[in-house]
Design a protein around this ligand. Structure first.
Ligand code: NAD
Length: 298
């Protein structure tokens, strides 16, 4: 059993911290919002009034907040984790952020002998609830081995990808592949519909072949049902593509497909779909072709 601090109790952080409690850890939580803190307190967590206090009361401190500036604020800002953590403490950022910022945060903590892992996740709210997330980790081998039992309380797959920052580089790779797959699916189903072929039959015929994918299994049924309830929101995917483009520019890796997806998602945001599921990318193709993809009634 570990003394674990958890900062950021949103869609993902709330179920993840509940799974740590269920695994028998002692958990102390903090969020800018009161409601999820009260919910975790009712489930058995201790509560703190700042990230600094969370760190003072924990050996392992986890952050799960939206993006790079939020991580910097919670970890390095006034009243942040860095002010409360003892030398030797282990900070694990599980948010999806710019890998360059992850390295900056790790370096600032290292100056105080505080250890750091970046460990973003894939799988969304359902897998956060089940405790079956995929977790991609960057950091020192020894820190990874120590964190493994804690991370296994939240994830089914936990893989070390390299040094600090490698977790977020892997997550960006994941987000590029997911975005481009969703767009390919949308484009293909719009073509089929315009050609008068039932998109349900197209999905059934190709799902077992080379074009089949986890993205297709998740998003084709949603497209056919015209369901755009999130899930993973377009606005968050824009954030990830922004981080991918920034990292690509920094290291000299042009990302033409990512840039195209960014502009498509920007158009959808302007059209009022920023809070819709990223599967709503198909609406972009539908507008271009003036058609709606849906299941044909038999
Ligand atoms: P969310 O917006 O639901 O939750 C974020 C929480 O962080 C909020 O409760 C907010 O109040 C809190 N917060 C923000 N700044 C804070 C600060 N300085 N101190 C303390 N708390 C602070 O977001 P989410 O969907 O839970 O996503 C969290 C991270 O996980 C993001 O980086 C996201 O990209 C990533 N992620 C999300 C999903 C998903 O399906 N939602 C899937 C995989 C990864």
């Amino acid at each position: 059993m570990r003394k674990i601090g958890f900062i950021g109790l949103g869609i993902m952080g709330k179920p993840m911290s509940k799974n740590l409690l269920e695994a028998g850890h002692q958990v102390v939580v903090y969020d800018l919002e009161a409601a999820p803190v009260l919910e975790l307190a009712a489930a058995g967590a201790g509560t703190a009034s700042s990230p600094k206090e969370v760190a003072e009361r924990s050996d392992v401190i986890i952050t799960m907040v939206p993006n790079s500036p939020h991580v910097k604020a919670a970890v390095l800002g006034p009243g942040g984790v860095i002010e409360g953590a003892a030398p030797g403490a282990l900070v694990i950022d599980m948010s999806s952020i710019d890998p360059i910022v992850a390295r900056e945060v790790g370096a600032a903590l290292a100056k105080r002998s505080i250890r750091f892992l970046d460990a973003p996740v894939s799988g969304g709210e359902p897998k956060a609830i089940e405790g079956t997330l995929s977790i991609m980790v960057g950091g020192a081998e020894g820190d990874f081995e120590e964190a493994l039992p804690v991370l296994k309380s939240m994830g089914a797959s936990v893989v070390r990808c390299g040094d600090v920052g490698a977790g977020n580089v892997t997550k960006l790779a994941n987000q590029i592949i997911v975005a481009v797959n969703i767009a390919a699916l949308g484009e293909a189903l719009v073509l089929a519909t315009k050609c008068g072929v039932d998109p349900r039959q197209v999905f059934q015929a190709i799902r077992g072949g080379l074009a089949g994918s986890a993205v297709m299994e998740a998003k084709a049924p949603m497209a056919l049902a015209r369901n755009i309830k999130p899930g993973f929101r377009i606005n968050l995917h824009i954030k990830d593509l922004n981080n991918a483009l920034a990292a690509g520019h920094e290291v000299g890796a042009p990302l033409p497909l990512t840039a195209q997806l960014m502009e498509m998602m920007q158009a959808l945001k302007v059209d009022g779909l920023g809070e819709a599921d990223h599967g709503a990318v198909i609406r972009y193709h539908e507008k271009l072709a003036a058609v709606e993809v849906k299941e044909k009634s038999s």
